[in-house]
Design a protein around this ligand. Structure first.
Ligand code: UGA
Ligand code: MN
Length: 258
């Protein structure tokens, strides 16, 4: 089955580095189709050229987050959900494609959807774990929620609760990196999407709660005992010297893409 990986991304100094690292992982994964959704009013040159050279099978989309839903300079990073509109745009494209195929193409091979943010770290094994997803499969996520890892707790082959340090009573207290969904399930639930106004920590639940129950979750990664994905976050590079040099007219050549 094909894995459709939906990645929201936005312009910042580390963007090309993030996309480079991600693409080098994905190049090792068979039958992967990368859906890159830029948070921008139109496709950027950087991402357009990057994807063309990537060697991956991809679809390049864009969807600007409305201003009132976007984090402003100085806001704490958790104040508003990030990537919701972009993931929804990816889902819209998949539904449109599947409808055009008349149910024969896209969904035919039991395709799977995974939401891969551009800053996380993904093992190759993870993709083989998720490849055979009937409805929704789940696994641990490392370095998330101010813990070593969060994970679904499995008893007798079923998820019975979640190991998390914060609001365990959320419908699905699980990071975006910790689940995959079958395309067929998404097609059978045409309304399923992410709520861009969701309260902090409820973005994943806003999507999953209308799709599955906890009992239906398929535990992967050795019954959720292995960490195969890490919620790494890239440090924002300091530009103090750059700014000082700029003032003297000695800034780095703006024609060089970083
Ligand atoms: C955590 C989760 O891992 C995210 O999946 C979830 O979207 C987020 O919280 C949330 O609650 O909204 P975190 O590391 O804090 O993640 O979020 P980011 O990695 O900063 O953003 C998630 C994705 O959205 C990234 O792929 C990023 O490139 C993209 N993004 C971020 C945008 O497209 N636009 C933005 O303005 C910011
Ligand atoms: Mn992140």
């Amino acid at each position: 089955p094909t894995i459709y990986v939906i990645t929201p991304t936005y312009a910042r100094l580390v963007q090309k580095a993030e996309l480079t690292r991600l693409s080098h992982t994905f190049l090792h994964v068979p039958h992967l189709h990368w859906i890159v959704v830029e948070d921008s009013p139109s496709p950027t040159q950087l991402v357009t050229n990057f994807l063309a050279m990537s060697g991956l099978t991809y679809t390049h989309l864009h969807m600007l987050t409305p201003k009132d839903r976007k984090l402003q300079e100085g806001d704490p990073h958790w104040l508003k959900p990030r990537g919701a509109e972009q993931r929804n745009e990816g889902l819209r494209w998949l539904r449109e494609k599947a409808a055009a195929d008349g149910g024969k193409g896209l969904a035919f091979d039991n395709a799977v959807i995974y939401f891969a943010d551009d800053d996380n770290t993904y093992s190759l094994q993870l993709f083989e774990e998720m490849r055979y997803t009937k409805k929704v499969s789940v696994w641990p996520v490392g370095l998330v929620g101010a813990m070593k890892f969060e994970r679904p707790v499995v008893e007798n082959g079923k998820v019975v609760r979640f190991h998390t340090g914060w609001r365990p009573n959320r419908p699905f207290p699980i990071d975006m990196a910790g689940f995959a969904v079958s395309l067929n399930l998404v097609l059978a639930n045409p309304e399923a999407c992410f709520d861009g106004n969701a309260e902090m920590g409820f973005l994943e639940s806003s999507f999953l709660q209308n799709l599955v129950t906890m009992e239906e979750l398929q535990p992967k990664a050795d019954m959720c005992t292995k960490v195969l994905v890490w919620h790494t976050r890239t440090e924002k590079p300091k530009m103090k010297r750059e700014e000082a040099l700029l003032k003297q007219g000695l800034g780095s050549d703006p024609n060089v893409e970083v």
